[in-house]
Ligand binder design. Sequence first.
Ligand code: 1CP
Length: 341
Amino acid sequence: MSLFINTLRGKASNETPVWLMRQAGRYLPEYRKLREKSSMLEMVQTPEMAAEVTLQPLRRFPLDAAIIFADILTPLIGMGIDLEFKKGEGPVIDNPVRTASDVRALAVPAPEENVGYTLDAIKLVVKELNGKTPLIGFSGAPFTLSSYLIEGHSPGDLLHTKGMMVGDPPLWHELQEKLVTLCVEYLVAQVEAGCESLQIFDSWLGYVGPREYDKFVAPYLMKLITQVKARVDVPVVFFATGVSALFPRLGKLPADAFGVDWRISLPEAHAAIGRSVPLQGNLDPQILAAPWEYIEGAARAVLDEGREIPAHVFNLGHGVLQHTPVDNVQRLIELVKGYRR
Ligand code: 1CP
């Protein structure tokens, strides 16, 4: 069993495994080169290209895990929405989901027909990695996926989303049920294609207060993770940002580990979660674009805090930013690989 999987299983050794969210992407010149000729969607939907992009950071850095190149939004295309990644704007959905008939019209296709390209990319990557490095599969969480579906773009505010959530709970329920099914099947299919670990991204959950979390979010997260864990035996990591105050509630989810952003220290997050669980994180990605002298101290502080919790996977507190110097990423990973707990 690899260092990464063992650590997520709570079997910490004196080494801290490391991978970075968005480790593939625009900060890498070899990614930008491919991206000159193809759109983000073309890259995700062509298995050879998605596999190549997944492997790019692993050729440069001694990472302990790969993450399949896809997006949390690509599985939504098969539900019947028009998704585009627009330059400078990010994802745009031309037909947002606002009414009962919009929700009812959403299909829940099987992963093989919906995202066969990602499953094929996973098989190519797993073959290439040849048992040396585990591959992470992922999905968005129902709340965050809803926020894109309902707002139709990057959810700056969540007025339409919360409008449906609290204004029409039966319709919200219907949408959440469809998304839970879509996500469970997608996550299970990724494991069947060869992924050894799963991560669930709930990037916008930090905008939800405890009352609405309990009523409109928690039941579906519980169902999603419970169903996935009943069907596949791989560690499931739950990641959200801005949720320091929700950790006591999130700790009740049956996730095997939690991703932590930079707004809280690892020991504080662990105490708030309230049970013995591995944590992943949590260097501020904006700090990784700062002078190395500062990064080094900050990264060592994260590693030292990682010794105070039962098991620690080093990561950033969110994805690598586009203007991050590649050299900083290189030195960071070397620093983590040389560290002993
Ligand atoms: O070249 C480009 O223009 C593409 C930029 C890009 C990339 C590299 C997007 C558009 N998606 C991705 C890949 C991606 N997205 C991965 C691949 C694996 C890796 O980490 O290397 C993953 C796991 C995601 C997940 C994702 N997509 C999330 C969850 C994590 C997070 O960042 O919070 C979210 C919210 C998205 C939506 C999305 N896709 C792309 C952008 C720019 C965004 C965010 C837009 C926004 O702020 O709303």
